[in-house]
Design a protein around this ligand. Sequence first.
Ligand code: HEC
Length: 173
Amino acid sequence: MICDGVLCATDRVVRSTIHRLVRLLLLSVVAGSCGSSAPRAYVPELGELMLFQQMRHAKLWLAAEADNWPLAEYEVEELQEGFDTIVAYHPAHEGSPVAPKDAIPRMITVPLADLRDAVRRKDRALFAERYDALTSACNGCHKATNFGFNQVQRPTSNPYPNQVFSAQPPDLN
Ligand code: HEC
């Protein structure tokens, strides 16, 4: 390339500016891929996890009422797992004077174990008694966490028409 003073200098400035821009662009791509714009893991809120507990609490009652003990035992285990998840992801709850990580072992562990025992014995009368004990433990914790206005109870009807609760399901195929 023929260089005559001024033109050659301009060419050098343009080239070094382009190089700098490319470097900046590469840096921002690298920073973006490992920095703050990475997607955050989704953690359901305590209220959302409680909605699952509400559903399992209702299904547990419906299963036992239909003498479907394997389904009832499944729901007891799901409730247990739900509480384990709550303790792991919400050990404390903003504004609550009582922390879930303390309240759950103290208030829920025994009633839930007693209820599991009633399910394994397939004893409906004992189940009903212990179901009510678990339900009042749920409500006890709602009171302790300043959510006493939120009360749960035995289900009065079946909100799940698309699930078979009876012990011997009809052949659906
Ligand atoms: C750690 C104490 C604790 C225990 C034990 C507990 N809850 Fe809760 N529950 C809460 C708190 C706190 C909230 C409010 C969460 C929020 O929305 O911030 C709540 C909310 C709820 C809600 C309202 C959800 C909604 O959006 O309508 C339901 C239903 C519920 N719980 C059911 C249950 C059931 C059923 C049990 C027992 C099987 C139970 N909870 C046990 C503390 C507890």
